[in-house]
Design a protein around this ligand. Structure first.
Ligand SMILES: NC(=O)C1=CN([C@@H]2O[C@H](COP(=O)(O)OP(=O)(O)OC[C@H]3O[C@@H](n4cnc5c(N)ncnc54)[C@H](OP(=O)(O)O)[C@@H]3O)[C@@H](O)[C@H]2O)C=CC1
Ligand SMILES: O=C(O)C1=N[C@H](C(=O)O)C[C@H](O)C1
Length: 268
């Protein structure tokens, strides 16, 4: 399967290039970066410190979507939306790891998914997808007496908050309680906030250093506390999940899919 990487010089882009190069059944179709990037014209293998791959970085996503069977996108919301349009036009599968998408943008991706398979997931690691399922189950089991708080920490370069994964954990907790996240979420606290309201789902965001991605869901009651934690120490876990999703799209019917679909995890 020919796989293209948009944003191939980014932190995740480089991991994805390396992962495609070492995956059986996957071939690198090319990569893109924005116009003016110093990476344009460089061999993709050399870009990531590997042997020459025989394909170069371009600023032409349209050509990449025409050449590839699947494209993986870990960039920013605006280019991701353009890439989703190109995927739908070319009938190329698209794997989206970009976070910080608005509800409207996610809905538009759903519409474009009617034309081609699109996998959209805020976290492609197996461990975090299991954590989504566990969070939903624990929230449903423990009930309203257990206050839910979601804490995440990421590296100093991250531009969106809370992380896409923290939002996903919030949605899972809300689903376990049978409520909508928007009605329960407390995104941050400052000043004289008054006491915590029963049913709130609180978020706390930490940024610093080179932290790859830590997430904890706290269920705090009188007399005890349950904590579910995932810590990513290597971005390879996300790249492996994304390449697995791209291969999973081979021959797949159009649709908007999640990593639960790719991993065969059941939602109950
Ligand atoms: N779903 C998951 O499992 C994970 C998701 N993420 C998400 O992935 C996204 C990227 O993260 P990260 O790799 O750390 O960020 P980086 O900033 O390191 O990488 C983003 C890359 O995209 C490039 N880019 C920007 N605009 C375009 C464009 N129009 N065409 C092509 N390339 C473009 C950037 O180029 P330039 O720098 O020149 O602007 C940069 O190289 C974030 O939203 C992050 O939250 C991250 C890890 C895991
Ligand atoms: O920006 C990152 O680095 C990460 N972003 C994703 C998110 O927002 O949840 C996933 C991972 O935690 C790393």
């Amino acid at each position: 399967m020919k796989i293209g990487i948009v944003g191939c010089a980014g932190r995740m882009g480089q991991m994805l290039v390396r992962e495609v190069l070492k995956t059986d059944g996957a071939e690198l179709a090319g990569g893109t970066e924005p116009e003016g990037s110093p990476a344009i014209g460089r061999d993709l293998g050399a870009l990531v410190g590997a042997e020459d791959a025989g394909v170069t970085v371009s600023a032409d996503p349209k050509a990449l979507f025409q050449a590839a069977d699947a494209v993986i996108d870990f960039t920013r919301p605006e280019p991701t939306m353009r890439h989703a349009e190109l995927a739908a036009e070319a009938g190329t599968a698209l794997i989206i790891g970009t976070t910080g998408l608005s509800a409207e943008q996610e809905a538009e991706i759903g519409r474009l998914g009617e034309k081609t398979p699109i996998v959209l997931a805020p976290n492609m690691s197996v461990g975090v997808n299991l954590l989504f399922a566990l969070t939903r189950k624990v929230a449903a089991t423990l009930g309203i007496d257990y206050d839910i708080e979601i804490v995440e920490m990421h590296h100093r370069h991250k531009v969106d908050a809370p992380s896409g994964t923290a939002l996903g954990l919030g949605r899972a907790a809300a689903a376990g309680r049978g409520v909508a996240l928007d009605e329960a979420a407390v995104w941050a606290r400052e000043g004289h906030t008054g006491p915590r309201q029963a049913g709130d789902i609180g978020f706390a965001t930490l940024r610093g250093g080179d932290v790859v991605g830590d997430h904890t869901v706290v269920f705090a009651a009188d007399g005890e506390r349950v904590e579910l934690t995932h810590k990513a120490s290597d971005r390879t876990v996300f790249a492996k999940g994304a390449v697995r999703a791209a291969l999973w799209c081979d021959g797949r019917a159009p649709g908007k899919y999640s990593m639960f679909d790719v991993l065969g995890l059941a939602v109950d």
